[in-house]
Design a protein around this ligand. Structure first.
Ligand code: SAM
Length: 305
């Protein structure tokens, strides 16, 4: 984030009410624009199919990652009530503010990367998978996304409506043979229906981050559909194959995969498996969608019963 370095930096910064001095090391860029905040919560309501205030059916348990002093929390509590929401925040200053401002709200002073979503959902007695929202700390965006995808395999998370650097959002939704297409595109298009809700200019944050942001919606396909898509391939094997192939983006995949397999299989087996890839082996990784990567993974590592 841009901390002003001109002489005006001698003035105390203007903080949103109820806030505190942001820490760059924690990726703290607070939302300051009420319109943007309302639009994020409305997109979340759509992704999570949340019932309207007048509906009698109970909403799913909601989890907010990195609530900070509570810009989104405020709207979530007003719309859905404190008991529906659990917040996970690492900064003790934010935790104190949230606990004082929102009686009845569960605020966990914890690292989001240590959250075990299936356990959390069980602890909350959630009857459906969790609905996750957050203006994420950008220094750990990918790690948070992969953890959410993992939890979706166990049907612990149904959707995530989260802000991120626009560049990362572009990669999530990129189509094959485009410059943004890569590991994130393959993996998240396999695990979820992904969309970019809208772009967010840096001017609505304090302090202003250097990069543009985007609000992304990930609706995870669920454990059953994921099993159907993987056709016995293991997610870990698939990620390994995808990572190896995009590690050498310009090469046709059979050359990359030969190298990857040499440490794991005998020479005869490597030749046989590469041969069995047929025409797929002569493609570059950016030409392959998740279906083709599933096919390749099955060919190399076999299928789980
Ligand atoms: N939701 C607030 C808003 O929109 O104004 C704050 C968003 S700020 C971009 C990211 C928040 O994540 C900060 O409050 C920061 O303290 C918190 N955070 C950073 N790293 C974290 C971690 N590992 N675990 C939990 N929270 C973290």
């Amino acid at each position: 984030p841009d901390i002003p370095r001109s002489s005006s930096s001698l003035q105390p910064p203007k903080l949103p009410p109820g806030s505190f001095r942001p820490k760059q090391s924690l990726g703290q860029n607070f939302l300051t624009d009420q319109n943007t905040i309302n639009n994020i919560v409305s997109a979340f309501a759509k992704d999570a199919s949340l019932p309207s205030a007048s509906s009698s059916s109970p909403p799913p348990k909601m989890v907010e990652l990195g609530p900070g002093p509570g810009a989104l929390t405020n709207v979530l509590v007003a719309r859905y009530g404190a008991p529906a929401l659990t917040c996970v925040e690492i900064d003790p200053r934010a935790v104190s503010i949230l606990r004082a401002s929102f009686p009845g709200l569960s605020v966990r002073h914890a690292d989001v990367l240590r959250v075990e979503y299936p356990l959390l959902n069980a602890a909350l007695a959630g009857e459906q998978p969790l609905a996750v929202i957050g203006n994420l700390p950008y220094y750990i965006t990918s790690q948070i996304l992969f953890a959410l995808a993992d939890a979706s395999h166990a049907d612990a998370v149904r959707c995530a409506t989260v802000t991120m650097q626009r560049e990362v959002g572009d990669r999530l939704v990129a189509g094959t043979s485009t410059k943004d297409y890569g590991i994130l595109s393959v993996v998240f298009q396999l695990y979820a229906d992904v969309r970019m809700h809208f772009r967010i200019p840096n001017t609505v944050f304090y302090p202003k981050p250097k990069v543009e942001s985007a609000l992304m919606g990930l609706k995870f396909v669920g454990a059953k559909e994921l099993r159907r898509r993987l056709r016995g391939a293991r997610p870990k094997d698939l990620q390994r194959v995808v990572k190896a192939c995009f590690g050498q983006r310009r090469k046709v995949i059979r050359n990359t995969l030969k190298g990857m397999m040499r440490g794991e299989f005998g020479e005869g087996e490597v030749t046989e498996k590469i041969g069995a890839l047929g025409e797929l082996g002569a493609k570059r990784p950016e030409e392959l969608g998740w279906r083709e990567f599933v096919e390749v993974t099955r060919g190399i590592y076999g299928v789980e019963e």
